[in-house]
Design a binder for this molecule. Structure first.
Ligand SMILES: *Cc1c(COP(=O)(O)O)cnc(C)c1O
Length: 423
């Protein structure tokens, strides 16, 4: 019984996949927030590297991965695809469960898949300094490694709540040489104005984005980077699903359902989009505390709290929505992003909302049966896998389920410490 499906380094995909080339109907455009006209590529270039803007607007199906990016991917890619025999036994289900293990990256999550190309394109274009935000610290630590590798300075605005509650991530970012600021901070006008009116503000991803954007646009040789939501990020993450597709072929089956947790949609899109082109069903697992695809409203909304970003057509809970402080900080984003929202509206993907206790309980079943402690974000995907596996059991169906283990939880032990007394 084969447990792991491993690709050779030479089999690493050489191109990313862009699902926009295969959509019958295109998503609505981003809008310039002042003119309300469709956003032009040139209007994004003060904020993002030009090549990333090109990718944002690209309808090409395949995009070449630069050699330097492939070289750095090889530190941890291709990642394993694993048959979860232990979990299947624990659930006594006829479903066959596979997972793609993105927790093996040096930061313990899928975020490095896009941090590497984002740092690379900025370096090639002569940018010296990058800014970004981070919630739990996953994205910030990925950018810290990538910036160090390509010789760029990095300012990370970290949601104050996590900055205080998760000091180890900050230490990790500092270890790679990044500067980390608790957000709201005194470094930006927006941060100062918030702290003035509400000194006890604990921050949010939306606020941190506003600060990082402000810090980037106020310097010529600085650019901003975003770890999720935008099309170019989703394109980079397709490496997950492209590898998984080859590995499922090795396993000799195709999944009936692909499942991933959903914050801004990048790991979900990463694993699911390459399969959706073969008409395979995908389910986005959201936290019940922030269920934008499941309970949000489809409309134009800002990507950040201050309203500095382009207007995005998406399922949203409102850009000023302040979700409960759940442990899965990476899922506390108010909007579903343009592409996943469009696909939800077109009936191409499903979503499910999972509350925190159900997610942690599922995470522990996984940890005890497969040996890997999942990130609090990933436990939401596992909870949906459990629901589907139990349905398969009731129906006596040997369904094939594939999910993305977006990260491990070894830097989230405080969250597990909170939850353990409840079981
Ligand atoms: C950031 C993060 C997420 C959520 O972000 P997406 O863009 O929705 O993938 C999920 N899991 C982990 C481990 C993360 O670090």
């Amino acid at each position: 019984m084969r447990k792991k499906f491993i690709l050779e380094e030479s089999e690493l995909p050489k191109r990313w996949y862009n699902i926009k080339a295969d959509l019958a109907k295109s998503p609505d455009p981003l809008l310039n927030p002042s003119t309300k006209e469709p956003l032009k590529p040139v209007e994004m270039e003060g904020l993002f590297a030009k090549e990333l803007v090109n990718q944002e607007f690209s309808n090409e199906r395949w995009i070449d991965i630069p050699e330097e990016v492939l070289e750095m991917y090889k530190i941890y890619r291709p990642t394993p695809l694993v048959r979860a025999y232990g979990l299947e036994r624990a659930l006594d289900t006829p479903a066959r469960i596979y997972f793609k293990n993105e927790s093996v990256s040096p930061v313990g999550s899928h975020k490095l898949n896009t941090a590497i190309p984002q740092a690379y394109y900025n370096k090639v274009e002569g940018i010296k300094r990058l800014t970004t935000e981070t919630g739990a610290g996953q994205w910030g630590s990925a950018m810290s490694i990538a910036c160090r590798h390509f010789g760029l300075e990095l300012d990370v605005f970290m949601v104050r709540q996590s900055y205080d509650a998760k000091p180890y991530r900050r230490v990790l970012m500092n270890s790679y040489g990044a500067s980390v600021h608790a957000s709201p901070s005194e470094k930006t006008e927006f941060g100062r104005s918030l702290l003035n009116s509400k000194p006890e503000e604990r921050g949010s991803l939306g606020i941190a984005i506003s600060e990082a954007v402000e810090a980037a646009v106020s310097h010529d040789s600085a650019r901003y980077t975003l770890g999720s939501v935008l099309d170019h990020v989703l394109i980079h993450q397709s490496i997950i699903g492209l590898e998984a597709e080859m590995q499922m072929e090795m396993a000799g089956v195709m999944p009936d359902k692909v499942i991933a947790c959903f914050g801004g949609g990048s790991n979900f899109a990463g694993i699911a989009f390459p399969f959706i082109r073969h008409n395979i069903k995908a389910i986005a697992a959201e936290p019940a505390a922030c269920p934008k695809l499941t309970r949000g409203e489809f409309r134009y909304d800002y990507g950040d709290t201050a309203g500095l970003t382009p207007l995005i057509p998406m399922f949203t809970l409102g850009h000023d929505f302040s979700p409960e402080q759940i442990h899965a900080a990476g899922l506390r984003y108010h909007g579903g992003g343009r592409l996943p929202s469009h696909m939800k509206r077109e009936g191409l993907i499903d979503s499910a909302a999972v509350d925190q206790d159900e997610a942690f309980a599922a995470g522990l079943i996984f940890a005890r049966s497969e040996g890997i402690l999942p990130a609090p974000e990933s436990t939401h995907a596992i909870a949906v896998v459990l629901r589907e596996a139990l349905k398969a059991k009731e129906a006596g169906k040997s369904e094939v389920l594939l999910f993305n283990l977006s990260g491990h939880g070894l830097l989230d032990l405080a969250a597990y410490e909170d939850f353990l007394p409840k079981i």
